[in-house]
Design a protein around this ligand. Structure first.
Ligand SMILES: *Cc1c(COP(=O)(O)O)cnc(C)c1O
Length: 236
């Protein structure tokens, strides 16, 4: 949930004769357009928001450099990383609603983050739309919306996360993100388990860190679910 200054890094890359590749999966083209900020290549997991329905696995590589495009196409043709027709169709179907989905993900993300930020049992809510977000100026410069990913920390660590996740009813416990249904995951033991513990701490991921992919359900239902899970037995 920490941002890189894409325009500044692109300038440094150019000065060093290197190319900047940006993974734009969390922001999507609706909220951030890295090529316009100076990046050379953008990659997306289309498994996430672009597909949007947690029913397809895929990826996309985008560049505005003709020569690089030719090389990537030749590599794809010989290496065989080509999506099946049905997978491609599922992503195209998802793209039709991308803008309205992202607007709703961001509205719900903001509502959920505001609720969590004022909850006495919740620590360290990180969301680019919160007034307390440390890189708010940068977020405002390079993103047109805060997206649907929210992280928080529960002070009781693993034990408290376990109780919280079991008590949730609308948020499914799963590792992916970006689908219409809300998901919750525990980065320390799931998405970031392969990173050495010391490096995880350095990046701010603690045993109590919880990641939410806020879906497009009714915002008040999501807040009510989080509220009842935080008050379930085992907390505090
Ligand atoms: C999920 C994810 C990937 C990997 O994509 P898959 O479609 O799961 O292979 C890469 N980058 C980000 C930011 C992701 O969230």
């Amino acid at each position: 949930m920490r941002l890189a200054d894409i325009a500044a890094v692109a300038d440094e890359a150019r000065a060093a004769g290197a190319r900047l590749v940006v993974d734009n999966t969390f922001a999507t083209p609706v909220f951030q357009q890295p090529l316009a900020l100076g990046a050379h290549v953008v990659v997306h997991s289309t498994t996430k928001y672009l597909g949007g329905h947690s029913d397809v696995i895929g990826g996309a590589v985008i560049t505005d450099d003709d020569e690089l495009h030719e090389r990537l196409k030749a590599y794809q043709n010989s290496a065989g990383a080509v999506p099946g027709a049905f997978d491609a169709w599922l992503v195209l179907r998802g793209l039709k609603t991308l803008t309205v989905r992202m607007q709703r993900h961001a509205e719900n993300g903001a509502r959920v983050a505001a609720f969590l930020a004022q909850h006495p049992r919740v620590h360290d809510v990180v969301y680019p739309g919160l007034p307390t977000y440390p890189q708010r100026d940068l977020a405002g410069r390079q993103m047109s919306g805060p997206g649907g990913m929210v992280t928080l920390a529960l002070p009781g660590g693993h034990r408290e996360v376990d109780d919280f996740v079991r008590a949730l009813r609308l948020f499914s416990f799963a590792e992916s993100l970006g689908g219409v249904e809300s998901l919750v995951c525990h980065p320390e033991t799931m998405t970031h388990a392969a990173i050495p513990a010391e490096e995880r701490r350095r990046r701010g991921i603690t045993p109590g860190t919880v990641r939410l992919s806020v879906g497009i359900e009714d915002a008040e239902d999501l807040v009510a679910d989080l509220e009842q899970a935080l008050e379930a037995p085992g907390h505090g």
